[in-house]
Every structure is written in structure tokens, then in C-alpha cells.
Design a protein around this ligand. Structure first.
Ligand SMILES: [Ca+2]
Length: 319
């Protein structure tokens, strides 16, 4: 898998690789992530806390088969996960022979929705060196792997976009390229925090992410996204909205009927071919750094922190 210089080529190669490597499997939600999962609430579509260790339901690969699928989930006796034993992770990111590094690549399908929330906890290793361009993280595809959107943990478009920068999460939407059907008017792939209080991730901490997506009228820029991020090192009483965009074109005109119903966990760290060039042999072939994911929930209703954190005092006020 490679990501090319332009966003157009990047998504093209990605989609080809995805189509070859993966077909989603729709499986029953499992796990005991939180009481809302244990109660099988009707809004909840997927729960995953990785406590079973083997990540059932996930299709797991890795960069050129470097890493065994069994190592996608790691458990310890204490706290590899967020306040529990197990988490999925991507560690020891290997050079892809182009300009990026990645390790494990895990995917899981969930029942399609036109409007939904994805909640997860994410840990960034200490140390962690951000890619000079970006680091991918939690991605969504359609079942046929023709759509690609994601929350990245870092995107650096400084100095042009002052809401970007190393360790600053963002949302990417590869359907909002400057396609012919938009009359050349749409170049809004990368969306940054825009609520006036940007968050920059710090290594060695867990963070709570909650991502809201509402699909658009195919071809029209009327979809919505919101992103809440909070430092989970301490109890989270009120989630903090970092991003809200209401002109999202998740679906192109020809994408009518498609849904974002495959969740993918992938750290793709890029790029090393700038100045100075740190790609092998100028730099190490493997980056010994990682990101972890845990306590994932997909729901048609707001989700919030895990149950063992204090409940938000007024969730409606924070949303
Ligand atoms: Ca866990």
C-alpha cells in the first residue's frame, strides 16, 4: 500500500489496495465496553473493547505481512487498554518503500447508517514523532472500499492553515476532491478544528474521541461532521467540541446508495521523502512508536465517556 504525493493519487492507490486486500464481514457486535453495550441498547451498532484478546470479527493484516495478526491486540495484566487489560494497536511502523510507514491494518464492518457516532479511546506512545505531513488513524470505508474518510491524529499544513500542525487531529474526506462533477469547486479534503480551542495530542496519554457523521445528499455539500476530543487522563465531565462542519460532501453524485460501514484502524505515518529525507537508508526502516485504540462504540445516538468515568452533567449542552 502506498500513498502518493497528491491526495488524488493517494486515495486511488489506497482504494486499489483495499479492494484487493479486504472484504468486510458483518458480524454481531460483541464485548462489554460499557453498560450501554451490555444492555444491548437499540441505538448501539458496534461495541469493541478487545478484552477477548483475539479481536473476533476483525480482518487484520500488516505492512507486507511483517507482523502476525495475533499481535493486533495486546493484553497485559494491568492496563494496556484504557482502564482495562487489552487494546488494539499499531506498533513498529515499517517503511512501505514509498514515503510512509505503517504496521497493523485492522478492519471491521458494521450495519450501515446514514447518521451515526463513533466513540473510541486512543493512546499515543511516548515518544512519538509525527509524520512531516500526517498520521492516519481511524478510517471509514463503504463495503466496496470506494469511499475513504478518516480522523487523523496529525496533519501539518502550516503555515497556510493555522488550525493544522503536528499532533493536531483533523478529518479527511477523499470524496471532496476537485472532481469534475463539482465543477472544480470542491477541494475540501482536509478539515481542521474550527471551534477556537484547538487540541494538540500529547504523547503518553489516552484521549477520548467521538466523531459524528451525517451523510449528505449525494453530490451536494450538505453533510455534517463533528469531532469531540478530550484528554482522558482525568475524568471527563463534559466533552469538548473541537470541530463542526456542515458542508461535507461524503458522497459524490455517483455514490448514491453507498454508506460508510467499515471501520478501519491504521496508523499511516507520512512523509519521509522531504528535506531532510529520512526514508531508508537515510533513516531507520522501522519506527518504534505506536498508537492504541480501545472501547470503541458505534451508535446512532451520542455515546460519551465510558461508564466508569463520571457521566456528563448535561450532555445536550455539550453537543
Ligand atoms: Ca480494552
Amino acid at each position: 500500500m502506498r500513498f502518493r504525493a497528491s491526495d488524488v493519487l493517494a486515495v486511488g492507490v489506497l482504494l486499489i489496495a483495499a479492494a484487493v486486500l479486504f472484504r468486510g464481514h458483518l458480524l454481531r457486535a460483541t464485548g462489554s465496553v460499557a453498560p450501554l453495550c451490555a444492555r444491548a441498547e437499540p441505538n448501539v451498532i458496534l461495541c469493541e473493547d478487545f478484552e477477548s484478546g483475539a479481536a473476533p470479527g476483525w480482518e487484520v493484516g500488516s505492512n507486507r505481512g511483517h507482523w502476525p495478526s495475533s499481535q493486533f491486540v495486546l493484553c497485559t495484566n494491568d492496563s494496556f487498554g484504557f482502564h482495562d487489560r487489552c487494546a488494539a494497536w499499531s506498533n513498529a511502523l515499517a517503511f512501505d518503500t514509498a514515503w510512509g510507514f505503517y504496521g497493523h491494518d485492522g478492519r471491521r464492518a458494521f450495519p450501515a447508517q446514514s447518521e451515526f457516532y463513533v466513540r473510541w479511546y486512543q493512546y499515543v506512545s511516548d515518544p512519538y514523532v509525527w509524520g512531516t505531513l500526517e498520521d492516519k488513524s481511524v478510517m471509514l470505508h463503504d463495503a466496496a472500499q470506494t469511499l475513504t474518510v478518516y480522523v487523523g491524529t496529525s496533519r501539518n499544513q502550516l503555515p497556510q492553515d493555522r488550525d493544522s500542525g503536528p499532533g493536531r487531529p483533523f478529518v479527511a474526506n477523499y470524496q471532496d476532491l476537485d472532481w469534475r462533477d463539482s465543477g472544480g469547486q470542491s477541494t475540501k479534503v482536509n478539515r481542521f478544528q474550527n471551534q477556537g480551542h484547538n487540541l494538540t495530542l500529547q504523547p503518553g496519554r489516552w484521549y477520548l474521541f467521538e466523531w459524528y457523521l451525517k451523510l449528505n445528499t449525494p453530490g451536494a455539500s450538505d453533510g455534517v461532521t463533528k469531532l469531540w476530543i478530550d484528554d482522558a487522563s482525568r475524568p471527563i465531565a463534559t466533552q469538548t467540541l473541537r470541530m463542526h462542519h456542515a458542508d461535507m460532501r461524503w458522497l459524490r453524485t455517483g455514490d448514491a446508495g453507498k454508506h460508510l460501514d467499515v471501520l478501519r484502524l491504521l496508523v499511516y505515518h507520512q512523509r519521509c521523502d522531504g528535506v531532510p529525507n529520512t526514508c531508508p537508508p537515510n533513516g531507520p526502516p522501522v519506527l518504534n512508536q505506536s498508537q492504541r485504540w480501545d472501547r470503541i462504540v458505534v451508535s446512532t445516538a451520542p455515546i460519551g465517556p465510558v461508564a466508569d468515568s463520571p457521566a456528563p452533567a448535561d450532555r445536550s449542552a455539550s453537543r
